[in-house]
Write a protein that binds this ligand. Structure first.
Ligand code: MG
Length: 254
């Protein structure tokens, strides 16, 4: 963070290992997505993530991270991120469910999130989901050598605010590699042309957290679940990417 960021640039070989980890994480997310329907609990989704990742010979990165008790964060509707899977939390038709997970494979990490619809979404939820996905892609498109970290944040923020949504500021994307959270911090807001210079070999997680209402969030008494303060809907999409001389490469694709 700030002026003391310690950026670890990855070699081509390391990026290739991260691609392997990222593929497992992406496939785990698809496996979770196949289970999503009204009546399923968020605990069951976590079980799918855990079992899928382990079946690939990888480790669920989130399990035990800062004592997090699950392999996936499952955040529903006004929950933004870090939702704790629970046997009591049953998905209902029209819910927005954000699933965030990581896989560690041969020492490297892939970190990815996707907001799924549960059945048919109300219009506002569908629009928020679409905006968040487009914001992620807009941010990734700015992850170019010679650019600045603010280029990414500005692209995400501008797209979201033009649609009447807001971006969460108190949580950000991040560098990722051997550790889940490396420098630099990758905010979803900012000014184009400002901030840290982007270089080939940087591997970062870009992860817009987008609220239908205001940007303020708070943490529930469980100590984990981050919710919108105004109760508005939230969505979260994330890819781990590598910045290369050929442009951004998404590492968390199936
Ligand atoms: Mg992340």
């Amino acid at each position: 963070m700030g002026g003391n960021a310690v950026i670890t640039l990855k070699t081509g070989r390391e990026i290739s290992l991260m691609r392997d980890a990222g593929r497992i994480a992406a496939q785990a997310l698809l496996a979770v997505g196949e289970k999503i329907r009204p009546g399923v609990t968020t605990w069951e989704l976590d079980r799918v993530a855990n079992q899928f990742i382990k079946s690939c010979g990888a480790e669920p990165t989130f399990l035990g991270y800062n004592n997090f008790p699950a392999s996936a964060c499952v955040s529903v509707n006004s929950e933004v991120i870090h939702g704790l899977p629970s046997k009591k939390r049953v998905l209902r038709e029209g819910d927005l469910v954000s699933v965030d997970l990581g896989a560690t494979y041969h020492g490297y990490i892939g970190d990815t999130a996707y907001t799924f619809p549960v059945g048919q979404l109300p219009q506002e939820a569908a629009a928020l989901r679409e905006t968040t996905w487009e914001a992620l892609l807009a941010g990734i498109a700015k992850a170019l050598p010679g650019g600045k970290i603010g280029d990414i944040g500005a692209a995400v923020q501008d797209l979201c605010e033009a649609r009447g949504c807001s971006v969460v500021r108190s949580y950000t994307g991040h560098g990722v590699g051997r550790a889940m959270h490396e420098d630099p911090s990758v905010p979803n807001f900012g000014t184009a042309g400002k901030g840290l210079k982007l270089r080939a070999g940087m591997t970062i997680a870009i992860e817009p957290m987008v609220n239908a209402g205001r940007n303020h969030v708070t943490v529930l008494p469980d100590g984990w679940t981050v919710v919108t303060r105004d109760g508005s809907l939230s969505a979260h999409m994330e890819h781990t990417i590598a910045i290369t001389n050929n442009g951004p490469v998404i590492l968390t694709e199936a």
